[in-house]
Design a binder for this molecule. Structure first.
Ligand code: PMP
Length: 441
């Protein structure tokens, strides 16, 4: 923090880090010569690795023609092609793509679009968007209303109307006699109860991350949860919004993580791995019929200046090509299994690892003080910062949170780029092993 005071640039309060020099594949070098493994792909962004030559070449070609052409003045081919490619990868009917520049914009687009659709469809009384606690849906005011993560939202509470929350399905903390399937249904039922409590005619949508990210550390619900959530939404005419900003575009081994459970949402938010760090890019992917309803009623009253710019879209298009060409979704699935196996092996040797979870390469572990009760480590141990620093000193970047309020626990996302090879997973696991030993000292 102090070091930041001497700079004109500031971020959130954290120690300053060395200056970046170059990046290639799963590695990033600092100017002081240190090499780091990008074990979290930044913030689960650099999904196809750094400096991919085909993506850079596509962007250079685009740069030589036009980097920006305002969407209301010109069509552009990369945007058109990218929308077509996305539509071809989504479930039937989810073939309308609205570009934005990031995850919060994508989430807010979903919420505003849902509201406009409800008005156009004669359901003006619907405006509440139920989400989960803990959760993270972005840092702009609208996305904060959905976010269930106190430290990033509490100070701004007067500036937005908070939305109703239900508990995220943190089944690994439950000590009841239910089996997995029953637990999944128990958490889904909380949505039903909340819709009824709110008054179904006022509820517009339910927003969820199919595999949790920053707030819950790769939280996966039991299989029974997903289908039941869809049924409950259908029962009350509530739209289902999948926030796939972190989980989408291949990281879990399928294009959308929600595909693992065969759930079709009405609206999807994507970003992060979409242009994989090569350009700021996000999108709302929407149901064709809903889009037609909104367009017929006068159009979607929403948009951002940089939306669908040709340079960002050329990057997104090239990233999706590379994911297919290199079969990176298959690799994410295979390497995710190897990583998960290695993390479970570490858990068998380090008692303070209480849970290992995730899907594909959206993978995490959580530290606890007691595996039986799953009590968290004491807050003043500051494990989520300390362990990240220990890994950092050994050349491994990880991503951690201690979600405060509701569920308290230090969790660590281990999410290397989808190009990661088996020997590199071993390298990551060896550094983690060494770091866990140092942490336990
Ligand atoms: N939704 C989810 C699930 C996210 O993980 C994030 C970013 N961590 C966002 C939304 C917000 O994305 P951005 O930071 O690009 O605005």
């Amino acid at each position: 923090m102090d070091a930041q005071k001497s700079s004109n640039l500031f971020y959130q309060s954290r120690a300053r880090r060395p200056e970046v020099d170059r990046a290639d594949g799963i590695y990033i070098w600092a100017k002081n010569g240190t090499r780091f493994i990008d074990g979290s792909s930044g913030a689960m962004v650099s999904n196809i690795g750094h400096s991919n030559p085909n993506v850079l070449a596509a962007m250079k070609t685009q740069m030589d023609s036009a980097t920006f052409a305002y969407r209301l003045h010109f069509e552009n081919e990369p945007a058109e092609q990218l929308a077509t490619v996305i539509a071809g990868k989504m479930p039937a009917g989810l073939n309308r793509v609205f570009f934005v520049s990031g995850g919060s914009e994508a989430v807010e687009s979903c919420v505003k679009f849902a509201r406009q659709w409800a008005v156009a469809a004669g359901q003006e009384s619907r405006w509440k968007v139920i989400s989960r606690f803990p959760s993270y849906h972005g840092s702009t005011l609208g996305a904060l209303a959905l976010t269930g993560y106190g430290p990033l939202k509490d100070a701004f509470a007067p500036l937005f109307k908070d939305m109703p929350k239900i508990p995220a399905p943190t089944c690994y903390l439950d000590r009841d006699n239910l089996n997995d399937e029953e637990r999944g249904l128990k958490y889904a039922e909380m949505l039903r109860e909340e819709i009824i409590a709110q008054g179904p005619e006022t509820v517009l949508a339910f927003a969820m991350e199919p595999v949790g990210g920053a707030s819950t550390g790769a939280l996966v619900a039991p299989d029974s949860y997903y289908g039941r959530v869809r049924e409950i939404c259908d029962e009350f005419g509530v739209l289902l919004i999948m926030d796939e900003v972190m989980s989408g575009v291949g990281r879990t081994g399928t294009f959308m993580a929600s595909e693992h459970w065969d759930v079709r949402a009405d609206l999807y938010a994507v970003s992060k791995g979409f242009a994989a760090g090569y350009a700021p890019l996000g999108a709302m992917i929407a149901d064709q019929g809903m889009v037609e309803t909104v367009l017929d009623a006068g159009g979607f009253a929403h948009g951002h200046t940089y939306a669908g710019n040709p340079l960002a879209c050329s990057a997104g298009l090239a990233v999706l090509n590379e994911i297919d060409r290199l079969n990176l979704m298959g690799n994410a699935q295979r390497m995710g299994d190897v990583l998960m196996g290695g993390l479970n092996e570490l858990m068998s040797r380090y008692e303070f690892i209480g849970d290992v979870r995730g899907k594909g390469l959206l993978t995490a572990f959580e530290m606890v003080s007691d595996r039986e009760t799953m009590a968290p480590l004491p807050k003043d141990l500051n494990a989520y910062n300390r362990f990240v620093d220990i890994c950092y000193d050994r050349g491994l970047i990880t991503y951690s949170r201690r979600t405060r309020g509701g569920v308290d626990g230090d969790h660590f996302l281990i999410c290397p780029p989808m190009i990661v090879a088996e020997e590199q997973i071993s390298e990551i696991l060896n550094i983690l092993d060494d770091s866990l030993t140092a942490f336990a000292r």
